[in-house]
Design a protein around this ligand. Structure first.
Ligand code: IPM
Ligand code: MG
Length: 360
């Protein structure tokens, strides 16, 4: 069997610490299942700029192009806090998503049983919740033109454009319905059709898709502001939530609190090019270098890589179970520690090692 090649981009802030843990888990999982895997690292974002390179160096892009999957840490650095979007390290990730046309970002929100009490929501609300957020990732407000800074008679102004063609809505809708078919066949489409033309088109396109190709699935339209509220009021009503780029970004951070921490949420970005796997959280500059970061979102991201890119859900499932077992033993990084009896506060390395030993 041919080697499965993974490009690893650790990224900024806590990226290198959590990526180190995730790569060790990825290697151990491959070894356990006799899966031939190789990986090579590339620089991007602030880490690349610090090395005197552009945020997305050509050699990193080439490495990604020559790989079958990309494992990517968080991008972002406070030194660019006041820089315009085009100059920020995060832009490298948006370029990667766009270059590989990774239009479907899958963000599963499913609390691990041992962590039910880590959520700020009451146990009875989150226990049993199992949601898949399907976020459109290469269109909408993040990418459409016109964008930029301009001047007119009233002075300087900034512009971004929320634009979707029907075909873009159609293809992300298909991903949502096809995912729902493997689950509970229920799709909530989050839009803002009460205020925006682009979202009116989103809504009618979703409905037409459902009526034409997915009559076995239920489709409910929900205004995105209401969807935010429903996510915390009654998360268990949701199966698949599909949303545009900006709304999906916001909804997934809310969703994270159902699992207790943003440090628990993995994601897969799929489309026509090389698939990319990234945690939902950011680079967490406040805890960088302290060995405190939760590596589990990154480890669960490696699990999604096996499931979706290598088509080995058995290996992904083994990683998920190892994570669950480490948590059942009471191990907690600071973000998911609640000071309850039986908890043991650990750092990034210890948590990573615990997952490794459960896996073996
Ligand atoms: C995410 C992040 C990114 C996004 C940032 C870092 C550009 O918030 O993946 O959710 O907005 O897509
Ligand atoms: Mg986000």
């Amino acid at each position: 069997m041919q080697e499965f090649k993974v490009a690893v981009i650790a990224g900024d802030g806590i990226g290198p610490e959590i990526t180190d843990a995730a790569v060790k888990v990825m290697q151990a999982a491959a070894a356990k299942f006799d899966f031939r895997l190789s990986h090579a690292s590339g620089l991007a974002a602030a880490a690349a700029v610090d090395a005197g390179k552009p945020p997305l160096p050509d050699e990193t892009l080439k490495l990604c192009q020559d790989s079958q999957a990309i494992l990517c840490g968080p991008f972002g650095d406070p030194r660019w806090d006041n820089a315009p979007p085009a100059e920020r390290p995060e832009r490298a990730k948006l370029i990667l998503r766009k270059t590989f046309d990774l239009y479907a970002n899958l963000r599963p929100v499913k609390p691990v049983p041992a962590l039910i009490d880590a959520s700020p929501l009451r146990r009875e609300l989150v226990e049993g919740a199992d949601i898949l957020i399907v976020r459109e990732l290469v269109g909408g407000l993040y990418f459409a033109e016109p964008r930029g800074y301009f001047d007119d008679a009233k002075g300087k102004f900034g512009v971004n454009t929320m634009k979707y063609h029907a075909w873009e809505v159609d293809r992300i809708g298909k991903v949502a319905f096809e995912s729902a078919r493997l689950r509970r066949r229920k799709v909530h489409s989050a839009d803002k059709a009460n205020a925006l033309e682009v979202m009116q088109l989103w809504r009618t396109t979703m409905q037409a898709l459902r009526d034409k190709e997915f009559t076995d699935c239920e489709l409910k339209h929900v205004f995105v502001d209401n969807c935010c509220m429903q996510l915390v009021a009654e998360p268990k009503q949701f199966d698949v939530i599909v949303a545009g780029n900006m709304f999906g970004d916001i909804l997934s951070d809310i969703g994270a609190q159902i699992t207790g921490s943003l440090g628990m949420l993995p994601s897969a970005s799929l489309g026509t090019g090389v698939p990319l796997f990234e945690p939902v959280h950011g680079s967490a500059p406040d805890i960088t270098g302290k060995g405190k970061a939760n590596p589990l979102a990154m480890i669960l991201t490696a699990s999604m890589l096996f499931t979706y890119a290598a088509k080995r859900p058995d290996i992904g499932g083994a990683i998920d179970r190892a994570v669950e077992k480490a948590l059942e033993k009471g191990l907690r990084t600071a973000d998911i520690a609640r000071g309850r009896p039986g908890e043991k506060l650990v750092g990034t390395r210890e948590m990573g090692e615990a997952v490794l030993s459960e896996l073996k």
